[in-house]
Design a protein around this ligand. Structure first.
Ligand code: GLV
Length: 319
């Protein structure tokens, strides 16, 4: 029986599935493990299941020791894991692609509607109890029909967001490292364009690139300056892809119409310049937060652990 450490609570019967075959150390807590507790928790582990709140770095790997075979991240993004440090120690890393595509695309398009139709602001108005009545000029937003959405990062989630946008009558621009197939481009009647052209032509720019040294602050002051003053920015990928201070400056100067953000540069801290603005919608990183999706993510992470500890190959390895 191998030792599996689960560093935080998992939904569904993921932990029971592990327990059927392995000895499991289960930390029934959602908060990241305090560094001082790492050695006791991880010592001798052969597999560790982690969530985004945990940094898997050299200290983490040292605490687990040479027995560690696999780190299963319960997320599609894995910028919390030092993949190189894992690789150099022969530790496999896995993530949970695919199962969260629709849930995250739903939130991306929900943010598009929320920010263009001023839904959070409208809801706050009703909840605030101030008198209101129907009026032709009350809380006018912007229609998405006939507008262009620019998908920055046309991977699975970006393309699923594009499909939703098409269903709402938007045209689609795609830009990024992953090159969608001609079939998908045809299905979406999309145009594949360069980064700068996407910024300049989009009414909504939706960010879907993974965080890496190459994409950190990809949307910086210069990129924001290329966007139309009537355009909206949506980010459901990773906060540091957008320079938050530059975003606040652009909004304050009226150089951007609004932003819908599910992720932040320094989570859970939110730039104070965003908090008081009505042209900004702020969600607490809930892209994949449905019971069904989170259960499927936990199950996929467990499938990866079971496969590796059984001597096989992981289903969804990283890199
Ligand atoms: C969530 O942000 C994920 O990467 O799955």
């Amino acid at each position: 029986m191998a030792g599996v450490v689960v560093t935080s609570r998992l939904p569904g019967n993921a932990v029971e599935r592990l327990r059927e075959v392995h000895e499991v150390r289960y930390r029934d807590d959602d908060a990241p493990v305090p560094p001082a507790e790492l050695p006791v928790l991880l010592a001798g582990a052969e597999a560790v299941v982690v969530t985004l709140g945990h940094r898997v770095d050299t200290a983490f790997l040292d605490a687990a020791g040479p027995s560690l075979k696999v780190v299963a991240n319960v997320a599609v993004g894995y910028d919390n894991v030092d993949v190189e440090a894992c690789r150099s120690r022969g530790v496999l890393v896995t993530n949970t692609p695919g199962v969260l595509t629709d849930a995250t695309a739903d939130i991306a398009f929900a943010l598009v509607l929320m920010v263009t139709r001023r839904l959070a602001e409208a809801e706050r108005e009703v909840r605030g109890g101030a008198p209101w009545e129907f009026g032709l000029f009350h809380l006018l937003g912007t229609s998405v029909q006939g507008k262009a959405i620019g998908i920055l990062g046309p991977g699975a989630i970006g393309l699923a967001t594009a499909r939703r946008a098409r269903a709402f009558g938007m045209t689609v621009l795609l830009s990024g490292r992953s090159r969608p197939s001609a079939d998908v481009v045809g299905e979406l009647e999309a145009e594949v364009v360069g980064f700068e052209e996407l910024l300049e032509r989009s009414d909504v720019v939706s960010v879907h690139v993974p965080l890496s040294p190459a994409t950190r602050h990809l949307v910086d002051a210069g990129a924001l300056a290329r966007m139309r003053p009537s355009a909206f920015l949506v980010n459901t990928a990773r906060g540091p892809v957008v320079d938050e201070a530059a975003l606040v400056a652009a909004l304050e100067a009226g150089r951007l119409a609004g932003a819908g953000l599910d992720v932040f540069e320094d989570e859970p801290r939110v730039h104070p310049g965003l908090l008081g603005r009505d042209d900004v919608v702020l969600l607490p990183h809930i892209g994949s937060a449905t019971v069904e999706t989170r259960t499927a993510m936990a199950d996929l992470a467990v499938d990866n652990v079971l496969a590796v500890l059984d001597g096989g190959v992981p289903l969804t390895p990283v890199g």
